[in-house]
Write a protein that binds this ligand. Structure first.
Ligand SMILES: [Cu+2]
Length: 100
């Protein structure tokens, strides 16, 4: 029992590996538009359209800035919660990153 408990504490003490997620921007849409991540993960927004877009969190938690055609930007999600984001150039383009 004590060994199992010690092992559990060791596992919990190990640093979590940050995962990388990718969101494609194509046809004036984010794909996927909704994603679940862990705090510390990164999200790469890749603009596959021929016009500029941004991925800007409404709570200010991340912002890619203006992404030219074919460009990508990676942001780190550092706070838990639901982060709605928009393209600031095309406000109809919406998405949500939910971080736990
Ligand atoms: Cu846009």
């Amino acid at each position: 029992m004590r060994i199992a408990l010690t092992f559990a504490m060791l596992v919990l003490a190990l640093p979590a590996y940050a995962a990388g997620h990718t969101v494609q921007i194509k046809g004036m849409k984010f794909s996927p538009a909704r994603l679940q991540v862990a705090v510390g993960d990164t999200v790469t927004f890749a603009n596959a359209d021929s016009i500029r877009h941004t991925a800007t969190a409404l709570d200010g938690s991340f912002d890619t800035g203006r992404l030219a055609a074919g460009r990508a930007a990676t942001v780190k999600i550092t706070t838990a919660g639901k982060h709605d984001f928009r393209c600031m150039i095309h406000p109809s383009m919406k998405g949500t990153v939910t971080a736990k």
